[in-house]
Design a protein around this ligand. Structure first.
Ligand code: ATP
Ligand code: MG
Length: 388
């Protein structure tokens, strides 16, 4: 028996002339994601094959493949040299481990080696399975199990029973790179995941208000980034202090504008970091109307400070429960709900402005030395490298 993992890609198929490039990037991403295992990855006729691995690692490898963007589905399969006898033997062996109803589905890329057509092969192998496993029943319309027989051109046939669905989307690195504004909340890790899934190489900026916010807040963000890394590949976090900006706003401005001015500061710093490090977009976890700072008016006056890169808000139309579903699926939810202080909760006004007007915001901003404060915030940047 020769056990392998078959990997099928998704949207890359649609990419016409660029297909070669996408396939190469995905191949490289698979190789680096599986680096710590002893195995081989090969590219054969429209798929990738993982082989020569220790069977004890199989679940870990499958789990890791499930987090690589650009993979549509994958299966662990038995690989045999193409012949009816070989297929029959392995098919019976696989189906001996399951119960209930089943059908057989055959796909032939190689139409020469076996003289039967796909339907006939399915019927023949199905019959042999029934003979050997009298506890199974055939159900063509609604089977509990489907045994797949995939006959490839190179005289190899893959036989498998389970298909797992992957992240889908595009390989990381095929859609440029972005800077994620990563808080310790539920939304921003999901936003980062969504863009990684679209092929964006994601790094992050986190704003803290040390010593008002504790080291715990920072550790939490690092923990979230670590959970995201299997999806994004390695990740850099720029840690930036907003303490002076918040103190200055608190002392000099109408406190109702605290969040608006703080967020203008965050976006100003984020754009500067994006330009310095060649990031082509800012990414946030904002969702329209979720809180006072996410009304269209708030988003407009805050975005106004960003001139040269687009702000991508993948969750803008999501309900919180939809975001939570994804957070649970990708494994960030439990960490996100741990209690922590965000810089947005420091000096929080009782009545934040819900629909800020730009001229009033600018008037408040002029009460502090905004540009120099931002300059000093830039000096505070610490770089943290998160690896898997
Ligand atoms: P989240 O769950 O992502 O914290 P939220 O619903 O709490 O989002 P806000 O606190 O208004 O909403 O933040 C909106 C977005 O602004 C966040 O999704 C994130 O992208 C960014 N953001 C907020 N606080 C920070 C921070 N301390 N550092 C970096 N980005 C932040
Ligand atoms: Mg938040």
């Amino acid at each position: 028996m020769n056990r392998v993992i078959l990997i099928r890609f998704g949207e890359i198929f649609l990419k016409g002339k660029n297909r070669g490039f996408f396939e190469k990037v995905l191949f490289q991403n698979i190789v680096s994601a599986l680096e710590k295992f002893n195995l081989k990855v090969e590219r054969v006729s429209g798929r990738y094959i993982v082989k020569d691995y220790d069977i004890n690692d199989e679940n870990k490898i499958l789990n890791r493949i499930g987090k690589i963007a650009g993979i549509f589905s994958y299966s662990s399969a038995e690989c045999v040299e193409t012949s009816l006898e070989n297929i029959e033997k392995i098919a019976v062996e696989i189906m001996q481990g399951v119960g209930g109803t089943f059908k057989v589905e055959t796909n032939r890329a190689d139409k020469r080696t076996i003289a039967l057509n796909s339907m006939q092969i399915s019927a023949y192998i199905g019959g042999k399975i029934l003979e050997a496993c009298n506890f199974l029943k055939v159900d063509i319309k609604n089977p509990e199990h489907t045994l797949f027989i995939d006959i490839r051109e190179n005289h190899e046939t893959f036989v498998y029973e389970k298909i797992y669905y992957g992240v889908g989307g595009m390989p990381v690195g095929t859609s440029g790179s972005g800077l994620l504004l990563l808080s310790g909340g539920i939304d921003s890790p999901v936003a980062g995941y969504m863009m990684a899934k679209r092929g964006v190489r994601v790094s992050a900026v986190h704003f803290h208000s040390h010593p008002y916010t504790s080291n715990f807040a920072r550790e939490k963000v690092e923990k979230l980034a670590k959970l995201l890394v299997p999806y994004t590949s390695s990740m850099t976090i720029y840690m930036v202090s907003m303490t002076e900006l918040q103190e200055q706003i608190h002392e000099n401005c109408d406190n109702a504008y605290m969040i608006t001015l703080l967020r203008r500061g965050m976006f100003t710093v984020a754009e500067r970091l994006a330009k310095m490090h060649g990031r082509k977009m800012l990414i946030t976890g904002e969702s329209l109307g979720q809180v006072a700072s996410q009304t269209i008016e708030s988003m407009t006056v805050v975005s106004e400070v960003v001139k040269k890169v687009p702000i991508i808000r993948p969750l803008v139309a999501f309900d919180k429960c939809e975001t939570i579903d994804i957070a649970k699926k990708i494994g960030t939810f439990e960490t996100s709900i741990e209690p922590f202080e965000d810089c947005c909760t420091v000096f929080l006004p009782d009545n934040p402005i819900v629909k800020p007007e730009l001229y009033k915001v600018k008037r408040e901003q002029e009460k502090i030395d905004f540009d120099n404060i931002i300059e000093r915030a830039m000096q505070s940047v610490e770089v943290v490298q998160i690896v898997e």
